[in-house]
Write a protein that binds this ligand. Structure first.
Ligand code: ZN
Length: 72
């Protein structure tokens, strides 16, 4: 019988870090360009809206990780 006595793998990217946002896709809308970005380090996703090409995008969504019950 196989042992199920395995320890949970600690989350390696639990600590705060500066996210390395990678653009996954861009979608032009009437409001501007919606940019879907993902952190290459921890896979956190965010949706940005770039209303003007010369203006840095603003975050539309809060950073969202697939499994993170401690973050709102
Ligand atoms: Zn990150």
């Amino acid at each position: 019988m196989t042992s199920l006595n395995t320890l949970p793998i600690p989350h390696p990217t639990r600590t705060a870090h500066e996210h390395a946002w990678l653009v996954e896709s861009r979608h032009p809308t009437s409001e501007g360009v919606v940019v879907y970005v993902r952190c290459g380090d921890c896979a956190t996703r965010r949706v940005d809206l770039q209303s003007h090409p010369q203006v840095p995008p603003t975050a539309l969504s809060r950073e969202a990780r697939h499994v993170d019950p401690l973050m709102p």
